[in-house]
Ligand binder design. Structure first.
Ligand SMILES: Nc1ncnc2c1ncn2[C@@H]1O[C@H](COP(=O)(O)OP(=O)(O)O)[C@@H](O)[C@H]1O
Ligand SMILES: [Mg+2]
Length: 239
């Protein structure tokens, strides 16, 4: 479903990612893990089309999308939930969700209602809070809202950038349970996290990034018992 070959990208003259490659098959949850500053968000921005590639290619569903705009990628079902829970604070939950439907607006209002119902089924708390301003939600509810907003555009592949950042272990567990449920409903997921153990426990395979390079790749269960992964994880625990 997603194939990245030899990706080079960065900001201005500075290369952050040098020769990154990965693949994701339809139906998978894939983990990209690494410490703060490793280059995970940069990879995500390049996949979603917010950051151009300097070299390499990205294929999605068998088509080369390397030069495609970010909004065209969304229309094709490649949707990113960026880092940092960017809700529209002054708008209500319902208004935030409706904005997530923008790329599908040609499919009409009946379909909008179906997408809303689906989002509310996945996150019943958002249904309770639909008239509430997004800025007044808790961190966990805001994370639910940005995931639900992404679901409004009917993604085939969801790119999630550190959904657990700043959330309690309990809320993180709830969010990850939802990701597993969405995956069972047919959604493919690329999950970027510093939270290596949680992420590897719900994914089939993982890629470990260090300083813009992929240093390990394999079956998530094997990565969990790899000393190098434990080192990254324990490094964070110590902070
Ligand atoms: N907008 C930016 N402009 C310049 N450098 C950036 C920008 N965003 C990130 N970087 C740099 O790119 C590197 C990787 O950052 P990032 O992809 O955000 O890492 P991660 O998501 O793994 O924490 C870091 O050295 C960071 O300082
Ligand atoms: Mg990041």
């Amino acid at each position: 479903m997603l194939q990245i070959k030899n990706m080079n990208t960065g900001y201005g003259m500075a290369d952050v990612i040098n020769g990154f490659g990965m693949e994701l098959h339809a139906g998978e949850i894939i983990a990209v893990i690494g410490a703060n500053g490793a280059g995970k968000s940069t990879i995500m921005r390049a996949i979603s089309g917010l950051l151009p590639l300097k070299a390499g290619s990205i294929e999605f569903n068998g088509k080369d999308i390397t030069k495609l705009s970010a909004h065209a990628r969304v229309e094709q079902g490649l949707v990113q939930v960026p880092e940092g829970r960017q809700v529209f604070g002054p708008l209500t939950v319902l208004e935030n969700l409706t904005l997530g439907y923008f790329s599908r607006r040609k499919q009409g209002k009946a379909n909008l209602q179906r997408r809303l119902e689906y989002a509310y089924t996945i996150f019943p708390k958002l249904a309770e809070r639909k008239g509430q301003k997004a800025g007044s939600l808790s961190g966990g509810e805001q994370q639910m809202l940005v995931i639900a907003r992404a679901l409004m555009s009917d993604p085939a592949l969801l790119l999630l950038d550190e959904p657990s950042l700043g959330l309690s272990p309990l809320i993180t567990e709830q969010i990850f349970e939802v990701l597993v449920e969405l995956n069972k409903n047919g959604l493919s997921i690329l999950l970027v996290e510093q939270n290596a153990f949680e992420t590897l426990s719900i994914s089939s395979r993982g890629y470990l990034i260090e300083n813009g390079n992929m240093v390990l790749h394999g079956d998530s269960k094997q990565l969990l018992s790899n000393p190098k992964v434990a080192e990254v994880y324990l490094g964070e625990e110590a902070i």
